[in-house]
Design a protein around this ligand. Structure first.
Ligand code: PSZ
Length: 289
């Protein structure tokens, strides 16, 4: 049987229901996180929970639990569901109240939900790379908040999917921002470049792991805005996310990048990323490199 966490209690997943007037359901009035599990261990859980608190604060939601309580509850949920390789999804909304754009007054409790999903590592894509399209970034200007409102991201991802592509790389005018569900990196003259973490992108936990890996392994790295022209001329392109890890991008809008194969710096970072996972979560059986 599968279990879910609802407002601090672990219950049967089939019984975890929220009200039709939950503000998450009606307005997307909430925030979320996705935490990766390798070998039954949460990877970078502290970083994810820190961002969860920050996202919630960003929209004026006070979490009903401390980070320590959350960590313990998520671990209990993971054990109950015997999850070895997969994701924990969690979200908090402003709670249930009569429909009104204005925030509810009084002591309306936030709704906090978490459940687990079995997800294997995408080894084929990690080895061969994925295709992407380009699309204008039509989202709001607080992309640093991991909001439940994902319509802009969904429309971009759907467009990519309809063209047989894995990801949509978004840009505001000539500036590349991020993927619909990932951060984007280019390699130019041997330097790794990715958008600075500001209000225009999500500060990816995987992105930050990659920046640390670059800094600790003498791989030149810059956090700065780069242009569509720089993307077009890049030696290598890769994307990052909790599930996609360090994923080579080998074609954009039908044009091959680095001869259509995963590049050397991308592969180096995949190897370093796997070592970091192994440090935190124990040995991986199947590896990219
Ligand atoms: O399972 C999946 O497909 C996942 S798990 C996390 C994501 C996708 N995406 C996170 C994300 C995002 O939604 C946007 C708009 N930008 C960047 C990222 C990468 O963030 P991290 O590395 O924290 O997952």
């Amino acid at each position: 049987m599968e279990f879910a966490l609802l407002n601090g209690s672990i219950i049967k997943r089939s019984e975890a229901k929220v009200d039709v007037e939950d503000r998450g359901y009606q307005f997307g009035d909430g925030v979320y996180e996705v935490i990766r599990i390798y070998n039954g261990k949460m990877f970078t859980v502290a970083e994810h929970l820190k961002r969860f608190v920050k996202s919630a604060e960003g929209i004026g939601i006070t979490l009903p639990f401390t980070t320590l309580q959350l960590t313990e509850m998520l671990e209990e949920l993971r054990i109950k569901n015997n999850l070895q390789t997969g994701n924990i999804y969690m979200q908090v909304t402003r709670g249930t109240a009569p429909r009104n754009h204005v925030f509810p007054t009084g002591d309306v409790a936030p709704t906090l939900v978490a459940y687990t999903i079995k997800v294997v590592r995408p080894l084929e894509n990690l080895k061969s790379g994925v295709k992407a399209i380009l699309t204008e970034d039509i989202r709001w200007l607080r992309c640093d908040i991991k909001s439940l409102n994902l319509l802009g991201n969904l429309l971009a991802k759907q467009k990519a999917s309809e063209q047989g592509c894995f990801e949509a790389i978004q840009h505001r005018g000539q500036d590349v921002t991020e993927g619909s569900s990932s951060n984007i990196f280019i390699v130019k003259n041997g330097t790794v470049i990715t958008h600075e973490s500001n209000h225009l992108i999500l500060k990816g936990i995987t992105k930050d792991v990659i920046l640390d890996l670059c800094n600790n392994n003498d791989i030149p790295v810059q956090e700065r805005t780069f242009s569509l022209a720089e993307l077009d001329e890049a030696e290598e392109v890769f994307l990052s996310s909790t599930t996609a890890e360090v994923m080579p991008v080998i074609e954009i809008n039908g044009k091959k990048i680095s001869a259509g194969v995963s590049g050397p710096i991308t592969q180096k970072l995949q190897n370093l990323f796997e070592k970091e996972v192994e440090k935190q979560c124990g040995l991986l059986v199947d590896k990219v490199i």
